[in-house]
Design a protein around this ligand. Structure first.
Ligand SMILES: *Cc1c(COP(=O)(O)O)cnc(C)c1O
Length: 424
């Protein structure tokens, strides 16, 4: 590979159709933010939609539920339609509700139906802990021991999953599979279409945790026939800390009774009849439980609008170029400093971040942060760098790698403690 110079970064920035979105975001002066896969940044548009929502409360009081530009009573459905377009879903297949983990509980409560032959749940050993805790508690609620009924597919290298191993785990005893679309540490993107197809051939229900892909990788959840999916909206979707999450339920399952019902599961026109017999909404809306967190839905009005304008295809294209550029620079500039790239190299298997393994990862992250580069650390030894298409330039990537190189040359990381922060 030819030597990459700083001018390459300038050229790539000049050709970047999405460059102008940078002005839309609050990127703090003097910082390069590479942590949008943990918490996306605030946009001016999202900020405005929060102010607008506060105003509707101020001016309308109770009438805000049914009046104003974005009536609160149908806000979850309205936002569901917007985010549906970003994940290849049909209108009515997505609702913005709850939190990621609550939605997972809702979906497992609904779709996990163990019977005499099929009792097992397949997950993987690399998934985010919350997902595994939820699956185990769901098994306990069914009177089943996770020791026997939760199969966690093993990774043969500790960082990525092997498709064959996943497929092999889907035996006759399996009732449900839950997998991440993109693995949170290594950034591996699984083949959703293929794995979903195999699950269905074997009569297994399959759901996907899209926290690390929604807003970064385009999906075809409807086309791929995925049974259900869920994701948070505060990572690549920039909805703000604790913003309300999303869930997808394929059209063919609409009309079924939610495992965890509440009055917001109701068909809208019947909700205020106050009947004790639930008529569930005829779409994904049925999987809501109670009153939506309106203030935490508000930023999504702005942030989804930006994603829509940018378009998932363009976002993905730039994201892949950014991560490719970053990996090339890591190889060129940092090869003698002991970093190992653990994310998949080929585009079809790579999500939105680059993951670098290094024994000094924690101290390196602290040194980067002191230099105005915001990475994130995942114990015990991973530095994650997410160049987010909407607010990261190729020059930022160049700069970040130069800072990292200097930290390694000067051994600046040695000035920092090797203790992990509470949130890291
Ligand atoms: C971020 C993330 C979550 C977070 O769950 P919350 O309920 O929003 O706290 C869950 N699963 C995965 C894979 C994640 O990346």
């Amino acid at each position: 590979m030819a030597n990459i110079e700083k001018t390459h970064a300038f050229l790539l920035d000049q050709e970047d159709e999405l460059a102008y979105f940078w002005q839309e975001f609050y990127v703090q002066p003097g910082t390069i933010y590479l942590d949008g896969n943990s918490l996306g940044l605030l946009s001016k548009c999202a900020e405005q939609s929060v102010y607008d929502l506060l105003n509707s409360w101020k001016e309308l009081g109770i009438d805000g539920w049914t009046e104003g530009t974005n009536p609160w009573f149908t806000l979850s459905e309205q936002l569901g339609k917007q985010v549906a377009m970003l994940v290849g879903a049909r209108e009515g297949e997505v609702v913005v509700t709850g939190s990621t983990t609550v939605n997972l509980h809702q979906l497992i409560s609904t779709f996990y139906r163990p019977n005499a032959q099929k009792t097992k749940i397949v997950a993987d050993e690399l998934n985010f802990p919350s997902d595994i805790y939820a699956l185990k508690s769901q098994l306990y609620l069914n009177g089943l021991d996770p020791q026997d009924h939760l199969i966690q597919v093993k990774s043969d290298n500790g960082v990525t999953l092997q498709e064959d191993a996943i497929i092999e785990a889907m035996t006759d005893e399996v009732a449900l599979v839950l997998l991440p679309t993109v693995l949170y540490r290594s950034g591996q993107l699984l083949n959703i279409k293929k794995i979903t197809q195999v699950a269905h051939e074997r009569g297994i229900v399959i759901g996907w945790d899209a926290c690390h892909s929604a807003g970064s990788v385009p999906h075809q959840f409807h086309e791929d026939g995925v049974d259900f999916a869920f994701w948070c909206n505060y990572k690549y979707l920039n909805g703000g800390p604790g913003s309300v999450a999303s869930l997808f339920v394929h059209e063919r399952h609409h009309g079924i009774i939610p495992g965890l019902a509440g009055w917001f599961s109701s068909e809208k026109s019947k909700q205020f009849d106050m009947s004790h017999d639930l008529t569930p909404a005829p779409d994904a809306g049925a999987f809501q439980i109670g009153t939506p967190h309106i203030l935490s839905l508000a930023p999504l009005l702005g942030s989804f609008a930006i994603l829509k304008e940018a378009g998932m295809e363009r976002i993905r294209k730039k994201s892949l170029c950014l991560t490719r550029f970053l990996m090339d620079l890591v190889e060129q500039e940092l090869s003698q400093y002991g970093f190992r790239i653990i994310n998949p190299m080929n585009d079809e298997e790579r999500g939105g971040h680059v993951a670098l393994e290094h024994p000094e990862a924690i101290r390196i992250c602290k040194a980067l942060k002191a230099d105005g580069i915001v990475p994130d650390y995942r114990a015990p030894n991973v530095v994650r760098l997410a160049p987010v298409a909407l607010y990261t330039s190729f020059e930022d990537v160049w700069q970040a790698v130069q800072s990292l190189k200097k930290i390694m040359i000067d051994k600046k990381y040695q000035q920092f403690e090797g203790e992990r922060g509470v949130v890291a």
